[in-house]
Structures are given as C-alpha cells and as structure tokens.
Design a protein around this ligand. Sequence first.
Ligand code: B12
Ligand code: SF4
Length: 472
Amino acid sequence: MDEVVSDVLAILQDLKARKVIDWPREDRCDVLLVAPPFPLTYDIAAAKAPEYSAPPIGLAYIAAFLRQAGISVDIVDLHVSGTNSEEIVSFCRRKEPKIIGLTANTPTYPNALRTVLHIKAWNPGITIVLGGVHASGIPQNCLADGPFDFVVLGEGEETMLELCRHLLGNEGRLQNIRGIVYIDSDGKCVNTIPRLPIADLDRLPFPARDLLNIQEYAKKGAICTSRGCPNNCMFCSCNLIFGRQYRTPSVKRVIQELVHLYDKYGIYEIDFNDDTFNWNPDRVFSLCNSINDLKLKLRWSCFCRAAQMTPDMAVLMQRAGCGAVQFGVESGSQDVLKSIGKNTGLRQIEDAVSAVSRAGIDEIVCGIIIGHPQDTQKSVEDTLDYAEHLLKLGATRIMLSLLTPYPGTQAYNDAERLGIRFLSHDWEKYIFSKIVMETDNLSKEKVRSLYVNGLIRFLKHEKNRERIWRSA
Ligand code: B12
Ligand code: SF4
C-alpha cells in the first residue's frame, strides 16, 4: 500500500514540476513547526491524560509571528496525533516545507531527534531548526547529535523570523542574527550575540491556535500573561527561556486574548502558564478587577509565589474565577530553601496557603522536591511533615517530585561542586519521578524509599478528597 501511495505521490510531484497541475497553496507551507510525541516513559495513553494534554503554545506563538510577516507556516503536534515520530514524513510530503522547526523540552528531546532523523532520511537537504528549553540549555550537545542545523536560544519569535528571512530570502547575514547557535562551514560552532528579551509583548500576535486542533486538548485554554521570573532557583529552567526580567503585556491585551478565546473557541477554562503569575501584585489586582468589571465568566488556574500572596489578592482572584493555585514550596527546611535560592520563608508559605484556602479557591497544589544537594534524611522527613502541615492549613494536593538537574540549570552546570552525581543521562527519564542522580547525603536507595513513603502518605490524603486537579 505504501508503495502505491509513494508512486502516486511521485507522479503528482512530476506533474507539478512540469506545471501540469498545481496543488492548492494553503496545503503547502514554507515552515512546518513540529511538536514531538511524548516519550514512552509516560503512560502509553499519555496523549489522552489530561495533565499532559496541553497545546504547544510556544510553537503557536512562533507560527503567528511568522504568519504576520507573510511567511506561510503550519504546525503539527505528533503527540496528539499518536506516538509515532515516523508520521512526520507524510506531513512533510504534503506540506513540502523548506524549513522545519522543532520544539523540545528535556524528556521529549530524544523523540525530537528521532523525528528529525526520519525527516532527514526523506530529504537530507531540508533545514532543521531546534528551539525550546532543552536546546537552550545545551545547544552544542544538540548540534553534536547531528541532524539539527540551527538552535534558537530562548524566546524564539524574533530570532526565528530573522532566521527564516535569511534562509528563505537570503536576507541579512547569518552571523548577525542574535540568539542562534550553528556549525559553520569550517566546522566551528558559532554562538551569536544573545538576543534581548521582547520588551513590548503587546506587539506579539495571539498564538496561532487555529493551526492546532485545539479542541483535542484537555487544557485547551493555555495562555501566558507574563514572561520571565526574577528569581533564580537552582533547579529551574524557566530563565533559559524568558530570562529574569519580568515582562507583561498590558491588561487590556490579556483581556482581549481571553475574550478571543471565548468568542472564537468557546474556551472559558484557562490555564495561566506564567512562571510566576503574581510577581507584580498591582497587575494581579488590575487584571482581576478588569475580569470582574467586564463580568467575564472564567475558571482559571495559575502558578503563584507564596511571598507575593496576600489575603486581599487571594479574595480578588477567587472572585475573578481562580479555581486553582499552585505554589512551588520545594522544601520544608528553611536552610534547604536558602541553599536552593528560593528566597521564601516557611512562614510566608503557610500564610499564603491559609490565605488562598480562606478565600475559597478550590485547589491549592504545593510542589515539593526531594533530593536537593543539602537535603539529608532528616530534612526530607521534616519536609514531608511540613507538607502534611500545609494540608491541614488547606492545601488540597502535595505534588512530590525528585530533584532533576535539567540541562542549563545551576543544578546541572554546577553539579560537581554541589555534590550531585548523575546516574543517568537518558533524557526520557527526566520527568521528576525517576531517579537520575544521587548525593553524598542521599543515595538512590534512600531517595527511593523516602519518595515512595511520601507518595503513599499523600495519596492516602488525596483519596479522602474528591477533588481532581484541573481535569474536569
Ligand atoms: C505549562 C507548563 C506545562 C504544562 C503544559 C506544557 C505545554 N505543552 O505547554 C504541562 C502541565 C502539560 C507540563 C508538563 C511538563 N512539564 Co512543564 N512547564 C510548563 C510551563 C510552566 C509553561 C510552558 C509554556 O506555556 N511556556 C510558554 C511558551 C510560549 O514558551 P515555550 O514553549 O518555551 O516557547 C518559547 C521558546 O522556548 C521558544 N521555542 C520553543 N519551541 C521552539 C521551536 C522553535 C523552532 C523555535 C525557533 C523556538 C521555540 O520560542 C517560544 C516563544 O518565545 C514551563 C515553564 C516555562 N517558562 O516554559 C514548564 C516547563 C516547560 N515544564 C517542565 C517540565 C519538567 C515538565 C514535565 C517534564 C513535568 C513532568 N513531571 O512530567 C512535563 C513534560 C510534558 C511533556 N512531555 O512535554 C520544565 C522543562 C525543563 C526541561 N528542561 O525540560 C519547565 C521549563 C519548568 C521548569 N521549572 O523547569 N508543563
Ligand atoms: S522555580 Fe519558580 S520562582 Fe524559582 S526561578 Fe523557577 S519560576 Fe522562578
């Protein structure tokens, strides 16, 4: 059957080359953006699991920016279309792109690589650009893997546009495009000058959700109302993407996007994907007041910093439709919090959880990490006790993770000094629930038993509650 299909395609290609027929313009694109499938370390049914079913909003931003500049572009999310990275070739045959742009975080990187190997086997001449957090952490390693031609570092809209203009229309010089890494004709790795973050986020068009089958995702309403986080927690990769400068579009622009989501897609359940939604309290007040004044009926979730949370803020957020808040608590030991650069006090965390609970926000998720370099058996046990205490204060779920030193983070770059010993560089295992490292204080066996004990302890608690995190 495959042979018949490729014969027919070959005949069609030939007729097209001789201008006997022309394929409709909208089926072709110059740039095809691809999200790889999740690794099989996730449940085979991960494609349908609500907690992982989210649109690749980064690619949708890039697509909208390119399209606005007149470049034809499409997106394919191989994750929702199944788990087979070979499928990409049939898309490429149809779309005939000149440039393929892939996104990857660390666990999806191996599948991004597999996907590209299929593409290059089909067409060795096609240009492949890799973006996203993994490549931003270790660009040289990704290029050394072979099939990628360029890595785009961090925030990708402007860089990808300049790169596409250069590749498609020979505009500008490659060396002058900020924020890219590539191997030049002498085999030298070139790392161009870093790109400055986009100052005016109102300039960005809304993500091109029309290029995604948005209704297929459980978390259809993903939206970013800010970029960047001024903190520098040693395990976190966020700064690799949007940097440490906290930037926001205007409240008016955010409201327009919320209205657009409802008018165009009927979406009113929103996940604010911001790294730190409440970094600027004035903005939170202003946004929530606008939602309330306009009587927008929304139900939303966000990631907040405990240190910035106040009772007034929590009440206003609840009135504006906030149904779930997640705090990165990380540890119940003040010394460990200090050592990881968290800049939050235990008292602030307790006050924040109590305030959000009293305000009547249904879901309060507290993220805890086990295995920090300074962690000992005692500090982890204290942390588990502390998490139990937070449940008593109103937290509804403890999300327990293992420290995972993602490429480009301080935990990764300074691993030796911090006493981190890598046990695996199988990136598919970098999902917070597999042991990929150990320290002098905590062997992998010790970490495993503490982690399992913690899971059992909190599972029991969750079972007693009938709330399910954002998955309705
Ligand atoms: C919301 C979120 C989720 C959601 C939705 C994910 C999604 N599909 O968007 C859910 C809950 C599903 C999720 C799951 C996970 N997540 Co998550 N998530 C986030 C969060 C908070 C926001 C993501 C987002 O919307 N970003 C906004 C968009 C616009 O940014 P972006 O996608 O990075 O795209 C920009 C650039 O990276 C670049 N770019 C990206 N791709 C490309 C491609 C090309 C060609 C170009 C040129 C540029 C480019 O340009 C874009 C626009 O500027 C980030 C933190 C963060 N700041 O990114 C963590 C983050 C991405 N998640 C992380 C992790 C670890 C996970 C999980 C592994 C957790 C787990 N235990 O399973 C899973 C992985 C799921 C998977 N297989 O992909 C880590 C990734 C670290 C790493 N090195 O891999 C992050 C960075 C958090 C952190 N603190 O470190 N996540
Ligand atoms: S963990 Fe949270 S507060 Fe710390 S750097 Fe990352 S996004 Fe910012």
